[in-house]
Design a binder for this molecule. Structure first.
Ligand code: PSU
Length: 311
């Protein structure tokens, strides 16, 4: 029995992605908030294209996810991607606002949380991004904790990120992930990475050295019926790293400006990223693009391992 259309999610899957999913080939989801709120135009569109190309070059099909005119698009055409890159006022969609945006026929970019939900609906296991949201500094009074963390506990997608930025409180972020039962896997090192820096100085709870190990853990979670995903923390390539001693003072300045200007809630992360790009004169943006490409490569390798294990 097929469900009436009104009961199905409003999902439009690009033919290339639908074909790959139907034939069991590797697919890697990508988010769109990084395009609309994470990087300036036109570097955002160029970076999104380069990330898609990197996934293809590594034997998987990219599926950039966004909401356009009340439809979840899984895989964007070149024109759709370009249009989104020029829409900085697109809604920033997390779990709380995804359904409202769709019901109102609006357009929005998906955060890590919303991209996980949409990837799952489409049957995609692996999602590569830059950094995840986490526990903001001062959360003991502001309660500002990204919905990304709870989504990792809910939705069975393996997310590859370069750890989390030191704009966040990293020890508290790891604590909350532990409480939520989310596996945090550092790739090929012991420490949890800190986005622009290869190490946060904090040990990661788990370490894996191959894409095959990560794929096997993902598949084992499904066999156990465990809800929720895995966070794979992949350090930025050494050549692109900005050490904490350099990026640390810049982060402090951006945080002080955010506090002085009363920036809160959803505006905090985009504001800090924008200020850090300006204060480092683009060095942080170049590093950001390199680490996303690196995560795309690992994501493609994990997706290929999952696809071949299911053959
Ligand atoms: N971290 C980055 N770049 C980003 C984001 C996070 O380095 O673009 C985006 C992601 O989409 C993430 C969201 O899901 O910000 C988290 O926002 P918040 O802190 O408001 O939950």
């Amino acid at each position: 029995m097929t469900l009436p259309l009104a009961l199905l999610p409003p999902l439009t899957i690009l033919p290339e992605v639908a074909d790959a999913l139907a034939t069991g080939r590797a697919v890697v989801a990508l988010e769109s908030t990084i395009i609309t709120h994470g990087m300036p135009f036109p570097q955002n569109v160029a970076a999104a294209r380069a990330v898609e190309a990197e996934i293809r070059a590594n034997g998987a099909v990219p599926a950039t996810i966004a909401v356009v005119g009340g439809q979840i698009l899984v895989g964007l055409s070149a024109d759709q991607l370009d249009d989104l890159g020029r829409t900085p006022d697109a809604m920033k969609l997390s779990r709380a606002d995804l359904a409202a945006c769709l019901a109102q026929g609006r357009t929005g970019a998906t955060t890590v949380a919303a991209t996980m939900i949409c990837a799952r609906l489409a049957g995609i296991d692996v999602f590569a991004t830059g950094g995840i949201g986490g526990v903001h500094r001062g959360a003991e009074t502001s309660f500002d904790i990204s919905a990304d963390l709870r989504e990792l506990a809910h939705t069975a997608v393996t997310v590859i990120a370069a750890g989390a930025k030191a704009i966040l409180d990293l020890p508290k972020t790891l604590e909350v992930l532990e409480t939520l039962g989310v596996p945090v896997i550092a790739y090929s090192q012991d420490d949890f990475p800190a986005f622009w820096a290869r190490s946060s100085g904090l040990p990661a709870p788990l370490r894996m050295d191959t894409a095959g190990q990560i794929a096997a853990a993902h598949l084992m979670r499904a066999r156990l019926g465990l809800p929720g995903g895995q966070l794979v923390a992949n350090p930025i390539p050494a050549a692109s790293e900005i050490p904490l001693s350099v990026i640390g003072p810049v982060i402090e300045q951006a945080l002080a400006e955010a506090a002085a200007q009363g920036i809160a809630a959803k505006q905090v992360t985009p504001f800090l990223l924008d200020r850090i790009f300006a204060l480092t004169e683009g060095r942080s943006l170049a590093a950001n693009i390199d680490l996303v490409l690196n995560n795309a490569r690992l994501g493609a390798a994990i997706a290929r391992e999952i696809a071949s294990a299911r053959q």
